[in-house]
Unconditional design. Structure first.
Length: 520
């Protein structure tokens, strides 16, 4: 590409970057797109499904109608400009819809051997042939000298005007990043919740359905074969297929089709997703010439056109970006402290150097170490646990920190009154099971209730008791109810406070805090 100067340099030619390029072209803006053409990106692996209802409850996003209208108009216009066809409006089917959902039903078959499924027809819906769309876009801008295949090191460029990039024969007034899941130092918190997804290309013997079908996974006809996906993995963030992902899709597929399935291809990519599942767009808080569009997630085919239009309008000063989408939220709001940290914070405010405290369930020793550090070398800590693994793990953690003011007792917490006299400043309980140990060994109400009664009896005036209740395992809800009933019935000289997890679910942990009045 000959050396040139343009108004806009767009880094990334996925769904976001392509949409930005078209919007700028239609506005008469000069531009260059730069992309390193990595094959395993979310855009290039995407099946391009635009679905009106998602999730178990078949919910529709509040702005679906706006996104849909913008997408239809945008892709039809690009088809007309490029002379290529890649966007098709077509209904989709959703199987296994709860009877409580009031949608018209119809019966469909997937393979000849199966009984019909009860299905809901979802529309308006569409399918974007992402590969063809990106190719048509790339070819169109290449023919006009506005596309370059190159990798740009964003840590090495001049922020002064005009923007200069090592090795790139172009300068620009503005840099727009549409890099998907690829992290950049300019926006280190974007995306802040990426997830890897596996997709399989398969051949299903006797498969007869010509529409896309959703049922936990989706099955999308693709010529003589089918594309099936997808998984969500927030731990292994590499653009590599995994056997676990393949097995998960294969298992779910076997639950839908009673036929021979042949694997043709297996691909994976990282979705650029934000924690609140909304895209982010806007200007860098410090560099006025740097902008971003990211976080489109699994709805990139739907959201990209409207998000790009909103971004480019804002760049021209014509439209404000809603607070939910603007760059100011790129640094996510401070998350609620984990309840374990909340418990320590509450207890820490009640402690003084030299206090006597109890960890009623030492587990892996985190609270034990916290208590030992909080009361200082002149303070005392008693730690209880039935499992030798917990005692050993805690002892190692204490030794590593040089903490010697702790006495560990391999006994159940119901025995704490045998070892502890009155005047205890704080008692901490973590109920449930020991992480990374035998999950069948759990705390139970039959011993927890006597332990709590004993802890309350030895608590000094102004003392605090914390109980972190885990409700997601067998026996957890019953133990929580017993604990809550006990603590709710304490005399007036005790205060009870409850902290729920966010989001609050029936199986989510709950922190209960008891404070004994100073004059009690």
């Amino acid at each position: 590409m000959p050396e040139t100067h343009v108004q806009n340099l767009i880094v990334g030619q996925g769904l976001a970057g392509s949409a930005i390029a078209w919007q700028m072209h239609w506005q008469g803006q000069s531009l260059v797109i730069v992309d390193d053409e990595q094959p395993a990106t979310a855009s290039r692996v995407s099946a391009g499904l635009i679905t009106p209802y998602t999730g178990k409850r078949m919910a529709q996003a509040p702005d679906y109608a706006q996104d849909w209208q913008a997408a239809v108009e945008f892709y039809r216009r690009v088809e007309q400009v490029t002379g290529r066809s890649f966007f098709s409006e077509e209904p989709m089917y959703r199987l296994r819809v709860p009877e409580s959902q009031e949608f018209p039903r119809k019966s469909i078959k997937l393979t000849g051997q199966e009984r019909p499924f009860d299905a809901v027809c979802m529309e308006p819906a569409a399918r974007l042939d992402v590969g063809t769309y990106l190719e048509a876009t790339r070819n169109w801008f290449t023919d006009r000298g506005q596309y370059c295949c190159q990798r740009i090191d964003l840590s090495r460029f001049s922020i002064d005007q005009p923007l200069k990039f090592p090795g790139l024969a172009a300068t620009a007034d503005v840099l727009i990043l549409a890099t998907g899941a690829a992290k950049t130092a300019l926006f280190p918190d974007v995306p802040n919740n990426p997830s890897r997804g596996d997709i399989l290309d398969v051949s299903i013997d006797g498969y007869s359905q010509t529409r896309v079908v959703h049922a936990g996974i989706w099955i999308a006809p693709d010529g003589d074969q089918q594309r099936v996906g997808s998984t969500y993995d927030w731990e292994y963030l590499e653009n590599q297929p995994t056997e676990t992902g393949r097995q998960e899709i294969a298992h779910r597929l076997a639950d839908l089709v009673d036929a021979e399935v042949s694997l043709i291809d297996h691909r994976a990519a990282i979705r650029p997703t934000m924690k609140d599942y909304l895209p982010v767009l806007g200007r860098h808080p410090e560099h006025a010439s740097v902008w971003i569009l990211n976080g489109l997630g699994s709805k990139g085919s739907l959201r990209a056109p409207r998000a790009a239009a909103e971004l480019t309008a804002r760049m021209r000063g014509q439209e404000e970006i809603s607070r939910e989408r603007c760059v100011s939220r790129i640094r996510p709001p401070e998350r609620q402290r984990p309840l374990t940290q909340r418990a320590q914070q509450i207890v820490g405010k009640a402690l003084r150097t030299g206090d006597f405290v109890i960890d009623a369930t030492v587990g892996n020793g985190f609270d034990t170490c916290f208590l030992a550090e909080s009361v200082g070398t002149s303070g005392r800590v008693l730690g209880f646990d039935l499992q030798q693994q917990a005692i050993d793990s805690t002892r190692k953690r204490l030794e590593a920190k040089g903490l010697e003011n702790v006495r560990l007792i391999k006994q159940g917490h119901e025995t704490l009154t045998r070892e502890a006299e009155s005047g205890v400043a704080a008692v901490m309980f973590n109920l449930g099971y020991l992480p990374r140990a035998d999950k069948s060994v759990i705390t139970r109400a039959s011993t927890t209730i006597p332990a709590l009664e004993g802890a309350i009896a030895v608590l000094r005036p102004g003392g605090v008791l914390t109980v972190l209740c885990y409700r997601g395992h067998d026996g957890g809800p019953e133990e929580f109810n017993a604990v809550h009933n006990l603590l709710s019935g304490l005399p007036e000289n005790y205060d009870l406070e409850r902290f729920n997890s966010q989001p609050d679910k029936p199986t989510a942990p709950v922190l209960l805090v008891v404070r004994k009045h100073e004059n009690a």
